[in-house]
Write a protein that binds this ligand. Structure first.
Ligand code: KG4
Ligand code: ZN
Length: 334
């Protein structure tokens, strides 16, 4: 089965063609980072306009790279939510047009299911059941994947997402947008033990819930104190310390899940899964417990259409096609 997939939930326009949900024939990503960087974050209206300008060109390139035409496509998959509504509408409209005109079944995909499903592409032998930590700019979930297209959220953040925390701290430190990669880069020159930032909700009764907004406040207070003292802001030390605090919290909660409910495999996914420290520490935590560890390459961790094609394939096999009347859902949860 050849799947054409489109992702336009935030600031990346992406079109992919996949075979049987696991093999990439093409996966084109057009990033809008340069334009949003000027504003310090994603401007929704600009994002929608950019998607509109890019989507047809990417569709043409995806077919060319896969050496296919629309006649070869058996299923259209598109991100339905969560995301920016105007941005989502561009991808959904393009996908519906192709589905309607060519009579191809369509499936609306949860973006977070997409992130997890990037692991099916990266690890061709991966099969449920497994646990997963999905960490993106807007969401932080611990999830049990009991079967294909069957996701049970077992833990999540009660406030900011892990990526959102890194992005906000990066802004305070003057590191620009997107914050996560900038923090990782400058943290290489910093001391992760220079500041002892809080790891919130670590009591037994907090279970698998997480919290990152206090961390952002703690960094802001530390910066203010240093500014008042007139000393230079130790940006690399602050970045290394906050990165360590975020990773520590994510690892502790993931390990709690692995130990409470042992499953053979653990998968990491979402944009923050591109972070080298998180990847290394999660690999080590899994190794110590004899659990298989999976994480996609960085390009499949951040937003891309291939992951939407993978999730769409398994969702279609489980539930069949969607009606063409389905709508964008900016607040869609897992
Ligand atoms: O999944 P994603 O590309 O978009 C959303 O669905 O939100 O995730 C974007 C998030 C941003 O918060 C970004 O700062 C973070 O992923 N991120 C990283 C890294 N690369 C992207 N965070 C830490 N280290 C990285 N290398
Ligand atoms: Zn994402």
């Amino acid at each position: 089965m050849n799947i054409l997939s489109i992702e336009s939930s935030c600031d990346d326009t992406s079109v992919a063609i996949l075979q049987d949900g696991r093999k990439i024939c093409s996966n084109l990503i057009s990033s809008q980072i340069e334009v949003h960087r000027l504003f310090g974050g994603v401007v929704p209206e600009i994002a929608s306009r950019r998607h509109l300008e890019s989507v047809n060109r990417l569709l043409a390139e995806a077919f060319r790279e896969a050496a296919m035409t629309v006649k070869d496509i058996d299923l259209v998959a598109v991100t339905r939510g969560p995301g920016l509504v105007g941005a989502l509408l561009v991808g959904i409209s393009a996908a519906k047009a192709i589905s309607y005109v060519r009579g191809i079944p369509i499936v609306g995909v949860n973006h977070m299911e997409g992130h997890v499903s990037a692991n099916f592409i990266a690890s061709p032998d991966l099969e449920p059941p497994f646990h997963t930590l999905v960490v993106s700019g807007g969401h932080t979930y611990l999830c049990t994947v009991a079967d294909y297209a069957s996701f049970q959220v077992v833990g999540s953040t009660v406030d900011d997402a892990a990526g959102e925390c890194l992005d906000k701290v990066a802004r305070v430190l003057g590191l620009g947008y997107p914050g996560g990669p900038a923090i990782q880069k400058i943290a290489e020159q910093g001391n992760p033990d220079a500041f002892s930032f809080p790891r919130a909700m670590m009591r037994v009764e907090d279970g698998l819930q997480m919290s990152f907004s206090g961390l952002k406040t703690a960094v802001m207070q530390a910066v203010r104190k240093i500014q008042q003292s007139g000393e230079a802001i130790p940006v690399a030390d602050l970045a290394a310390s906050v990165q360590k605090a975020v990773v520590d919290a994510l690892i502790k909660k993931s390990v709690r899940l692995m130990e409470e409910n042992p499953l053979p495999a653990f998968c990491l996914s979402g944009g923050v899964a591109a972070n080298a420290l998180l990847r290394d520490e999660m690999a080590q935590a899994c190794k110590e417990r004899g659990i298989q560890f999976h994480v996609p390459p960085a390009v499949l961790c951040t937003d891309n259409a291939a992951m939407i094609g993978a999730a769409g394939y398994f969702r279609y096999k489980k539930d069949g096609a969607d009606d063409l009347n389905f709508v964008a859902d900016p607040d869609l949860s897992l």
